[in-house]
Write a protein that binds this ligand. Structure first.
Ligand code: C2E
Ligand code: MG
Ligand code: MG
Length: 602
């Protein structure tokens, strides 16, 4: 950073600029002076003699070190001369005294607090004629000193180079190392590991459902969120670890000097736990979780590139198994990263090949223990990989826009199934259907919903569309009309993953919603976590005041059920009652009376 403030100094040397025609005769040579006294004495002489236009100043070796010239004034400083030239005199006063001598020509002035960039801008705007120009630095309109613009340009060049280095090696958004620096550090760490008999751990970190948050809360929010996540990750890592952003919502960490699996596991656990606290951005909050895959050099692979794809494969396993966790690479895990683009192509085919199916998870009325509804959850019956849960493909479907036709298929299939159950004489259950942000934003969405309803002859009162909280709360006013339109078709509306987004109470009361689905993160271990129980109680109280129903998701144990009952939730959904199952199993489950035993109130 250029020093615009402290020690004033001027540039001294030859001027390339021709002298003002009247100057030459009046130019007077000052005697050789000591460095310290030189400028000041010359300046005094200069001030006292108004007829004097230019005054060369020599140092003790009789070398010219400055020319004080009233007309161009600033353009005569060359070689750096780091003594005080004008004391603390006000230059403004000095100039005002002699308006006739310097017609309409003002020196370039910058405030002492001006940044380098301000100075550069001022300088550019002034179109300096010579590179030897200097800037007068002032504070509260008092002269402070002179800084050479030569140095300024040097500084700009140096900064440009630094900036280029930064751009090449650091991520512009989060300011942490980018893929290039990461690859470099990984390579270094691996070479070092071979010498030191230690290992390098590579952690591949992906933010769960980032795409959803980004789409629903807005991209500016998404950017801030990534920065906040990067900061938390850095806070978890050691100084010597490299936390890098590989792109999008993918991060990676290089940990060197590792002995065994425990070190990276401890870090992974810290990372997962660091996301428990919601992230506050401005006055909004987001909850995110991380899926982390770990691979070790050299035990998992001796090639840095393949090591990365192995850590990625391990991360992908975590995603497929419910996200929010970590695991080590194991032989046999498919390195998905190279196949992910093919996954998109396969996803396109999947619709045509009828590879999707819906599973249904029961929803239980807590007071009576009766099954009152089911949530339709999509699965992909992949020809080679077997049954895939949405965690492994919904993001790709959303990113590629394929979620729109897939979502249409879900609607049609859910309607068809519902109708079939009615025809079989099964008790009329409410059917929950997940709607993705992109699907909801389609201008034709409501029209399509209506068309399908009439095509399948389904009573909309039995359908409940699940929209995520973040999806409706972002741009809430714009969403309001669409929600009303949707509601007017007769379907019910539920806010899914409630508690993980940011809800405006004002909007909550104006939205035509029927139910809040409390996110599993509040339900998990609620019997051990009084804080979560308080949150549940607060949500149910809020819901009651707005006449909304409340269902808790992810209920796995009797102990959790007991607490959610006590907190005032109306309904419960989770593995405790049943995992999601294919339609035929669901029908059998209902008929066999498994439903009664599974859901009996404890
Ligand atoms: P969601 O709507 O919040 O669905 C609940 C998820 O929690 C389901 O995961 C369900 O299997 C899981 N779950 C239910 N009970 C328990 C439990 O006791 N413990 C645990 N650990 N998990 C439980 P699934 O089926 O993997 O779906 C994940 C997400 O994918 C859904 O979250 C939803 O956001 C999305 N999704 C599922 N089907 C569709 C769909 O047809 N369209 C769209 N757009 N999204 C879908
Ligand atoms: Mg749902
Ligand atoms: Mg949910």
């Amino acid at each position: 950073m250029i020093d615009l403030n402290p020690r004033p100094h001027c540039m001294v040397g030859e001027s390339t600029r021709p002298m003002h025609p009247t100057v030459s005769g009046l130019l007077r040579l000052a005697p050789a002076m000591s460095r310290l006294a030189a400028c000041e004495e010359a300046h005094e002489t200069f001030l006292a003699d108004a007829a004097l236009i230019a005054l060369p100043v020599l140092d003790e070796e009789e070398m010219p070190c400055a020319i004080i010239d009233r007309y161009p004034f600033l353009e005569f400083f060359g070689r750096s001369y780091r003594q005080e030239l004008f004391g603390k005199r006000s230059l403004g006063y000095f100039l005002d005294e002699h308006p006739d001598i310097y017609p309409a020509r003002m020196p370039l002035m910058v405030d002492a607090d001006a940044t380098l960039d301000d100075a550069a801008l001022i300088l550019m705007a002034a179109h300096p004629q010579h590179m030897t120009s200097a800037l007068i630095v002032t504070r509260e309109q008092r002269y402070l000193g002179i800084t050479s613009s030569h140095e300024l340009f040097n500084e700009i060049t140096r900064r440009k180079q630094e900036e280029l280095y930064f751009l090449a090696h650091y991520d512009a958004l989060t300011h942490i190392p980018n893929r290039m620096l990461f690859t470099d550090r990984l390579g270094q760490a691996c070479r070092e590991a071979l010498r030191s008999d230690r290992e390098v751990a590579l952690l591949f970190v992906d933010v769960d459902r980032f795409k959803q948050v980004n789409d629903s809360m807005g991209h500016a929010f998404g950017d801030e969120l990534l920065c906040a996540i990067a900061r938390r990750m850095q806070a978890c890592a050691r100084e010597s670890d490299t936390v890098a952003r590989l792109g999008g919502d993918e991060f990676a960490i290089v940990m060197d000097g590792v002995r065994g699996r425990e070190d990276p596991e401890r870090l992974a656990l810290r990372l997962v736990e660091s996301m428990r606290e919601p992230i506050r951005i401005l006055d909004r909050e987001a909850r995110v979780s991380l899926s982390i895959g770990i691979a070790l050099y050299p035990s998992d692979d001796r090639d840095a590139e393949t090591l990365l794809s192995k850590a990625d494969a391990a991360m992908y396993e975590v995603k497929t198994n419910g996200r929010n966790g970590y695991r080590h690479y194991e032989a046999g895990l498919t390195a998905f990263s190279s196949e992910r683009s093919s996954l998109e192509a396969e996803l396109k085919q999947a619709l045509a090949n009828a590879e999707f199916i819906l599973h249904y998870q029961p929803q239980i009325d807590i007071a009576s223990g009766a099954v009152v509804g089911a949530e339709a959850l999509i699965r992909w019956n992949h020809p080679r990989r077997g049954l895939l849960s949405p965690g492994s493909f919904i993001e790709i479907a959303e990113e590629s826009g394929l979620i729109v036709p897939i979502g249409d298929w879900v609607l049609a299939e859910a309607y068809r199934q519902h109708r079939e159950w009615m025809c079989q004489g099964l008790p009329s259950l409410r059917l929950g259907i997940n709607i993705s942000a992109l699907q909801f934003q389609q201008p034709e969405f409501v029209k399509r919903v209506k068309r399908l309803l009439s095509e399948h002859g389904v009573d909309p009162a039995f359908l409940e569309f699940e929209l995520t909280e973040s999806m409706v709360m972002h741009k809430a006013s714009a969403v309001l009309d669409r929600l009303h339109e949707l509601k007017a078709t007769g379907v019910r509306l539920a806010l899914d993953d409630f508690g993980t987004g940011y809800s405006s109470l004002g909007y909550l009361s104006r939205f035509p919603i029927d139910r809040l689905k409390i996110d599993q993160s509040f339900v998990r271990g609620v019997d051990q976590l009084p804080v979560n129980a308080s949150i549940l109680r607060a949500i149910t109280a809020l819901a009651r005041s707005l006449s909304l129903h409340v269902i808790a998701e992810g209920v796995e144990t009797e102990a959790e059920l007991a607490v959610i009952r006590e907190c005032g939730c109306d309904e419960s959904q989770g593995y405790l009652h049943s995992r999601p199952m294919p339609a035929e199993r669901f029908t059998a489950w209902l008929q066999d009376g498994d439903a009664q035993s599974a859901s009996a109130p404890g």
